[in-house]
Design a protein around this ligand. Structure first.
Ligand code: ASE
Length: 302
């Protein structure tokens, strides 16, 4: 199978070309989102011409037509042609995930990817060479702590929270039901300034996409503090995009780990590394649940 695939890739590198062009596909979708194409098509309820879309969104007609055509090619939009006139409409997927108002909208995640993640990834090469995040080079902030860059203004903080919130639309249910949590009366989702000061009282502390921001030296004291604060029977739920044990996938977790390199001080890890840290902190009872989606969960009980 692999041999057959690489043979056809040798004849013509279809898959490789798709990967190489990936950033252009991303930017076409980002631009349409930022321009408001999907919101306009959802609101209009009838198919629209490129001229009409351009006029409504104060954009150039030729540019708009090319963007709409590319989105049709990507099967994100649909087109019907009558008397040589093209009329564009959204697909159900675009209405559900790309328009702003919908309950499952990923709009905020896409805006954050376009305006923050994309510029950071433009410096991926330097991140790999230097082994450190590229906040200073990308945003001109001297990052004592990269979260000061992520939260550098009210607007930026809200955009980051939009990104974080959006992914719970996709994975929240699987994570919340990965383990039976009914035995925990008080559940606290730890975010913000948890390294200094005391933790609020709780039976379960949720650490969702926190550990992956930091090196082990910073995670261990945090996990120890949680362990010390927990009553017997209490614990912590760690939520992360976990690598396979041999680190050979999932590819999305591998890509996220590169994202942690360009933006944070952390990395994505396989379950055994989380289990090891939790054991070091004192937790003996540790269970891993893979969801098969982007995020997985580990429950550690004192
Ligand atoms: C963090 C999560 C993220 C810190 C920085 C982040 C995400 C993007 N940047 O805790 C969300 C998930 N990862 C990606 C690549 O989208």
């Amino acid at each position: 199978m692999a041999e057959h695939m690489s043979q056809s890739e040798l004849d013509y590198p279809f898959r490789l070309l798709e990967y190489v062009n990936g950033f252009r596909v991303s930017k076409a979708i980002f631009s349409a989102c930022e321009l408001g194409v999907f919101d306009l098509l959802l609101k209009s309820q009838e198919p629209l011409s490129a001229e009409r879309v351009a006029r409504e969104l104060s954009a150039n007609v030729d540019g708009t037509e090319r963007l709409l055509d590319a989105l049709v090619g990507l099967e994100i939009l649909e087109v019907e042609t009558t008397d040589g006139k093209a009329l564009y409409s959204s697909t159900d997927v675009a209405n559900l995930y790309l328009a702003k108002g919908s309950s499952k909208s990923l709009h905020d995640m896409i805006i954050y990817q376009s305006q923050t993640i994309y510029p950071l990834w433009n410096n991926l090469l330097d991140a790999v060479r230097e082994g450190k995040n590229q906040n200073e080079k990308t945003f001109g902030h001297l990052p004592e702590d990269f979260f000061q860059v992520i939260y550098r203004s009210e607007e930026e903080m809200l955009k980051f929270m939009g990104l974080m919130n959006n992914s719970w639309i996709l994975d929240g249910h699987d994570i919340a039901t990965a383990f039976s949590l009914s035995c925990f009366q008080t559940i606290v989702d730890l975010g913000g300034d948890f390294f200094s000061g005391e933790l609020p009282d709780a039976d379960l502390y949720v650490l969702a996409r926190v550990i992956h921001d930091w090196p082990e030296e910073k995670c261990l004291p945090l996990l120890k503090k949680i362990y010390d604060t927990c009553k017997p029977g209490g614990g912590t739920l760690v939520v992360e995009a976990m690598l396979f044990e041999n680190r050979r996938g999932p590819v999305m977790a591998q890509i996220f780990s590169l994202n942690m390199l360009v933006q944070t001080e952390g990395r994505e890890r396989p379950p055994s590394e989380y289990v090891h840290m939790l054991n070091e902190a004192g937790f003996q009872n540790v269970q891993v649940c893979r969801t098969g989606k982007s995020y997985d969960a580990i429950l550690a009980i004192k």
